[in-house]
Design a binder for this molecule. Structure first.
Ligand code: CMP
Length: 145
């Protein structure tokens, strides 16, 4: 089933953007939207709002605002699970113990500095894609509303 997912290259892996894109090209996914942006504290907090009560929340937001990120919409069969397979386990040190050379195994450091993000469900993909690539439908021809 064709899906869209939000993939994000985190600040610690943006210097390896070419290698990350190569991993996308080697998959069954295509890049349909992309943008580089530096998140504000508020934006990163909003993006990770479901984690706001977690012990690691402040570290996470600190890291996510430490440099630019690259957000992409990826399209393809089972895109959500496929991108998460390419990412590997959340904790990069665990990712490195696996046989597969995942993105996090190669470019991540630990449980917070983990090189990339991927939506975990259809609902979060919809929310996260809207976060980075807001739909402009219905705002009028000049798109200035
Ligand atoms: P991500 O896939 O972006 O989703 C939430 C992020 O929170 C996760 O990647 C990690 O960067 C971070 N995170 C999740 N669990 C932990 C943890 N136990 N300790 C520190 N950071 C975490």
């Amino acid at each position: 089933k064709k899906e869209r997912t939000l993939a994000m290259v985190k600040p610690d892996a943006v210097y390896k953007l070419g290698d990350v894109l190569q991993m996308v090209y080697d998959s069954n996914l295509i890049v349909t939207k992309a943008k580089m942006t530096k998140l504000t504290w508020r934006e990163a907090s909003d993006f990770y709002t479901e984690h706001q009560t977690k012990s690691f929340f402040n570290n996470l937001v600190q890291f996510m605002t430490s440099g630019p990120v690259v957000a992409m919409e990826l399209l393809g069969d089972e895109a959500i699970s496929e991108w998460r397979r390419i990412l590997g386990p959340t904790d990069s040190s665990i990712a490195r113990k696996e046989a597969a050379l995942s993105l996090r195994a190669q470019f991540g450091t630990d449980g917070t500095k983990n090189a990339g993000h991927g939506s975990d469900s259809l609902a979060s993909a919809a929310r996260e894609l809207e976060f980075f690539f807001p739909s402009t439908a219905g705002r009028g021809p000049a798109n200035t509303a």
